[in-house]
Design a protein around this ligand. Structure first.
Ligand code: FAD
Length: 503
């Protein structure tokens, strides 16, 4: 009742379908039960609700929800309000992206999807520099984690490409922050898992957009040849743009994974190379995925530049798959896969995903123990693997990465199916995830989880390591009652009426 009287310009909804949507996420593994859903049109709408929650004796929490593409309920809340940042309802709308063409940046609403940011900036021939593989994610959602893809080796994660933020803190204040203003809040919010404030505006750095991409895949049966080549390619980050790729990723193909791999579209049936004939006895192949941006005006040099770079690599020589496509289509490639999976009813299924950052010194051991060991020859989704340069990550942000100059992302992006096949069941995949984490622990592979999920504060303290004290201090300063993003399960909300209750 209190929040209904706040005079909000957006829409506060208790519509069962709104509440149902806000109760779930892409993972389909947990469910929240919010009291209401706010569709805000301004930072002030959000500030009013957060202020009311901050002053409330009843114990109300507030969780920003971007596109709800978390796995473990990170944007959910129970007994609180979900602020639905993306996908507006009603006539009023939040501000549209504003491109500052000369300054080469764009101001966007925290709930804007990256696909819409791209479309707006392309109207000016510009585009953000650092991406995620999938663009139907909100700006606030990815900046609360890091935002990574094959451009991160070169430009750093998305959080390294932000100039300024407007944030509603857990006390309901609206603050602008940047390198020069409210600096502590700025760094805390980036990679801060929504703990310190709700991002309502982000100023994102832009570059001139290419219009074409040459997208190349090559295969390896030898893991160390694969990772040496990946590491060589990302070591070129400081070279002029015509002497390096713009995107470096890779994925693991275990024998049965080919069919399930979202990314197998490049290996078309017309292709002269039969991939199955390349499988070594261990049953694992590695695919290096690289891309070079170009403009029609530079099209005449692209062949030479690519040839020069490929000459230094040690892939299976008969396994080069190349395609040229529009820049937009390249960036939006996972959406095409989404459409296919949706049409087969394979998108809205549980996703027990596991994303790990692995120190490069231990990646060979991880390969032996996990890709060639624990996984067997079965997988139910893509397994990405690519290295990144730590010096492109700002150590002042809240995100934690391994203690080495190079580290890998390994993303096990698997879907659980009710097919009767044991190895595709949720229980099986969850057990396998636990087995992988146990293996890393026992083998002394000091992984850090990306898009982390823990249930006890001790686990969170271990995750943050020497960043924990700072994280805690920032929480006490900007969200002292632990109202925000309680779905991350890092802090328990504190309210006077709750602290008087018998435990
Ligand atoms: P939500 O799930 O809605 O929210 C995530 C967290 O951020 C919650 O704690 C929420 O409270 C908080 N939050 C949301 N909005 C705000 C805001 N405005 N201010 C403050 N906090 C906020 N990640 C990558 O880095 N690279 C990838 O290539 C990549 N690909 C993906 C592909 C798919 C198909 C999926 C499902 C996920 C992928 N992700 C990737 C992970 C993704 O970046 C995170 O799950 C991200 O949080 C999703 O954004 P969202 O808008 O759906 O956030």
């Amino acid at each position: 009742m209190e929040i209904l009287r706040l005079g909000i310009d957006g829409q506060l909804s208790v519509d069962p379908s709104d509440v149902e949507t806000a109760s779930l996420d892409f993972g389909l593994l947990t469910r929240g039960q919010p009291l209401a859903v706010l569709h805000p049109v301004s930072a002030q709408d959000i500030a009013r609700v957060v202020k009311a929650a901050y002053g409330s004796n009843q114990g109300m929490t507030v969780s920003a929800r971007g596109h709800g593409h978390s796995i473990n309920g990170q944007a959910q809340t129970t007994n609180g309000v979900v602020i639905q940042m993306s996908g507006w309802k009603g006539g009023n709308k939040p501000p549209r992206p504003h491109v500052w063409a000369e300054e080469r940046y764009v101001d966007v609403w925290g709930g804007d999807l990256w696909i819409d940011v791209l479309k707006s900036t392309l109207e000016y021939g510009l585009a953000p520099k650092s991406w995620t593989d999938y663009l139907y994610l909100s700006v606030g959602g990815t900046l609360s984690n890091a935002g990574i893809s094959g451009q991160a080796f070169n430009h750093g994660p998305q959080i390294s490409n932000v100039y300024e933020l407007d944030v509603v803190t857990g006390k309901g204040e609206v603050l602008t922050c940047s390198e020069d203003e409210n600096t502590e809040l700025f760094h805390a919010v980036l990679g801060g898992l929504g703990q310190f404030g709700i991002i309502t505006r982000a100023r994102i750095s832009l570059e001139p957009a290419p219009n074409m991409v040459r997208w190349i895949r090559v295969l390896y049966s030898n893991f160390s040849a694969f990772t040496s080549d990946q590491e060589h390619l990302i070591s070129l980050h400081a070279e002029p743009s015509n002497q390096k790729f713009d995107y470096v990723e890779g994925f693991v193909i275990v024998a049965e994974g080919l069919i399930n791999n979202w990314r197998s579209s490049l290996f078309s049936p017309q292709n002269p190379v039969k991939i199955s004939t390349l499988f070594p006895t261990g049953g694992v192949l590695y695919c290096l995925e690289i891309a070079k941006n170009y403009h029609e005006s530079t099209a005449q040099t692209i062949d030479q530049e690519v040839e020069f770079l490929l000459k230094k690599l040690n892939f299976i020589s008969t396994s080069v798959f190349t395609t040229d496509l529009l820049y937009v289509d390249f960036l939006d490639r996972v959406h095409m896969a989404e459409m296919k999976l949706r049409s087969k009813g394979l998108w809205e299924v549980p996703h027990p995903w596991l994303n790990l950052f692995i120190p490069s010194s231990k990646i060979a051991e991880f390969d032996k123990g996990v890709f060639k060991g624990i996984l067997g020859n079965k997988t139910s989704g893509p397994i990405l693997i690519y290295p990144m340069n730590k010096n492109k990550w700002d150590h002042r942000s809240s995100v934690v990465t391994p203690d080495e100059g190079l580290f890998y992302l390994v993303a096990l992006l698997r879907s659980a199916l009710d097919s009767g096949e044991e190895t595709q069941s949720l229980e099986y995949l969850n057990n396998q995830n636990r087995q992988i984490l146990r293996y890393c622990d026992e083998a002394g592979i000091k992984v850090k989880r990306y898009l982390p999920h823990y249930t006890t504060q001790q686990e969170w303290m271990d995750h943050f390591g020497n960043k924990w004290d700072r994280f805690y201090e920032m929480k006490m300063e900007f969200d002292p009652r632990h109202i925000l993003a309680s779905g991350q399960r890092i802090f328990t909300p504190t309210f006077p009426s709750l602290s008087n209750m018998p435990s």
